[in-house]
Design a protein around this ligand. Structure first.
Ligand code: ADP
Ligand code: MG
Length: 262
């Protein structure tokens, strides 16, 4: 387990307080609170349908929520309207939060008609309006970092799943975000390709990146996390350091979940 030491006194990068989220009548998050201090890795685990993806998507405002606070580096999201009509009030704030929390999806979501290099450069150029030469240099460096520096000019379909996911991670990094949000980054991969993505995630954890990782890979969660959160039907059933959560789970449901995933 890593500790960010003195950095932990800073404002958390992202903090969620008592969040409630429903899709119509279906209550999916029923008062969830999590916090990701700078340099920490938080893992979200739980059965399919427990609300993990929804919680992650609420963090960067890809989903609306009806109640509770979302706080980015000490700055609470300002809302207009209430309940099912609640929406973020300030588009500039939404953009700031979204560009600072890069999402990596299970299905990579690369643009098929763009080369790998173009995929990585696209958002820094069009959303952040950064200088093209600088962005290209950074994009090549991030692709090198994830081990596919030789794939700049090929298209996503020419890469393996593991290579595509590493390109998607490079794309996230090229936004220079405050944190990375991963939604089941290895679930779509064959076991032998899973490990190359796991290695990249471990490297990022070791260099002190702030990350929230939804994963079914308990070994990954145990290896990289400072804090693990077990969601059950939209409620945090148990949370704590990985040693405790995996080594001495208290909740019957968590014990059942862990024995089913082995
Ligand atoms: P997890 O990622 O833990 O598998 P999700 O957050 O995807 O869970 O889903 C939680 C619940 O919300 C599930 O019951 C799912 O069917 C429902 N759900 C997710 N997305 C939507 C949506 N866009 N519209 C309606 N229901 C949804
Ligand atoms: Mg999910």
């Amino acid at each position: 387990m890593r500790r960010a030491g003195i950095l932990a006194v800073e404002q958390p990068v992202i903090e969620i307080k008592d969040l409630h989220k429903a899709y119509g009548a279906l209550e999916v998050l029923k008062g969830v609170s999590i916090s990701a201090p700078k340099g920490h890795v938080i893992s979200l685990i739980g059965s399919s349908g427990s609300g993990k993806s929804t919680l992650l998507r609420c963090c960067n405002l890809l989903e609306d929520s009806q109640q509770g606070e979302i706080i980015f580096k000490g700055e609470p999201v300002s809302w207009k309207g209430e309940g099912h009509h609640r929406r973020p009030a300030d588009p500039a704030q939404v953009l700031r939060i979204r560009t600072n929390l890069s999402m990596v999806f299970q299905q990579f979501n690369l643009w098929a008609h763009m080369s790998i290099l173009q995929n990585v450069m696209e958002a820094p150029l069009t959303v952040l309006r950064r200088d093209r030469d600088e962005v290209e240099q950074a994009a090549r460096a991030y692709l090198d970092k994830v081990g596919i520096g030789d794939k700049c000019d090929v298209y996503p379909a020419q890469l393996s799943g593991g290579q595509q996911q590493r390109a998607a991670i490079a794309r996230g990094l090229c936004m220079e975000p405050e944190a990375l949000l991963f939604d089941e980054p290895t679930s779509a991969l064959d076991p032998e390709l899973e490990q190359e993505v796991v290695k990249v995630i471990k490297d990022l954890a070791a260099e002190g990146r702030t990350m929230i990782i939804v994963t079914h890979d308990m070994k990954l969660a145990a290896d990289v996390s400072d804090h693990v959160v077990f969601l059950h039907q939209g409620v945090i059933e148990e949370q704590g350091p990985p040693e405790t959560l995996f080594g001495a789970p208290k909740s019957e449901r968590l014990r059942g979940f862990l024995s089913a995933t082995h």
